[in-house]
Write a protein that binds this ligand. Sequence first.
Ligand code: HEC
Ligand code: HEC
Length: 253
Amino acid sequence: MFHSATRVASALIALVCLTAVAFSLTLMAQPSGAGSGRGKELYEKHCAECHGSSGQGDGPAAQLLMPRPRDFTGGKYKLRSTETGSIPTDDDLLRAVRQGLQGTSMPACDKLLSEVDIRAVVTYLKTLSRRFGAEAPQPVQVAPKVTERPGDIGRGAAIYEKLQCGKCHGSDGRGTGAAATSFEDDWRQPLRATDLTEPWTFRGGTAPIDVFMRFRTGMSGTPCRPSRTLQPTRRCGTWRTMCSPSSGSPPGR
Ligand code: HEC
Ligand code: HEC
């Protein structure tokens, strides 16, 4: 009697342990972890309308929007601090969701959602593309802070010319003399080369580091390709040139 009670008890303990192991394995198998249930719920409520319930960028509002909402299934993102072709970091995604994308319908969610909820929805977002489970993001190595030197704007203008940025953005940043300013992105949607004299339309922000990241890593899915060859000091000049329109003078002047 005593023995069988002990046996039952140890069988029970074993069962409890097994269940616990199975449960934690299930959690480990889901890259999203505990955030997924809540993340999915938030996604359905706040994102699916534009990005579509399976993340294909085909929500009911999508047809009306220009640019179109991102299709998340390919893991291809415009705003990254990672190498060309790499998936973005969690911070890249968190930032886009917190701050929104200037000049587009992508809203800033930091007033609407708590930080915990923003993290949950980003965790869920990553489950919409297989790439996040299979690859690691490759962050760009940023040189130590480069201080501005006299003449940087002029040097930047020369680089702007050398790299033929004007082929799409025009000699004045406004499209003047450009070979083409209208394109199609990888999702077959029409796209215009950004007017560089309107920095408030830059999707990824106008701080020097933001502009630097856009042309260092490229904007995946668009014809704006990366420029990997620039030395840090030179890059500094180019982004100064590009930020100068905000103070009223177009690049190259
Ligand atoms: C009103 C429509 C709308 C809603 C709602 C919306 N988005 Fe977006 N989102 C967009 C558009 C449009 C873009 C693409 C802009 C572009 O291509 O420049 C975008 C882009 C993004 C990007 C950046 C993609 C990149 O390439 O770097 C992320 C991340 C994102 N959305 C996440 C979300 C999440 C998460 C939610 C819900 C909390 C959400 N969005 C809600 C319209 C929306
Ligand atoms: C082949 C055409 C092409 C060339 C060459 C090109 N761009 Fe672009 N660029 C684009 C297009 C198209 C966009 C708009 C992307 C979008 O809206 O998603 C863009 C967007 C940008 C943006 C806006 C970033 C943001 O956050 O929204 C900046 C800044 C920029 N380009 C700088 C440059 C610089 C600097 C060069 C030269 C090194 C350059 N581009 C070369 C086509 C080009």
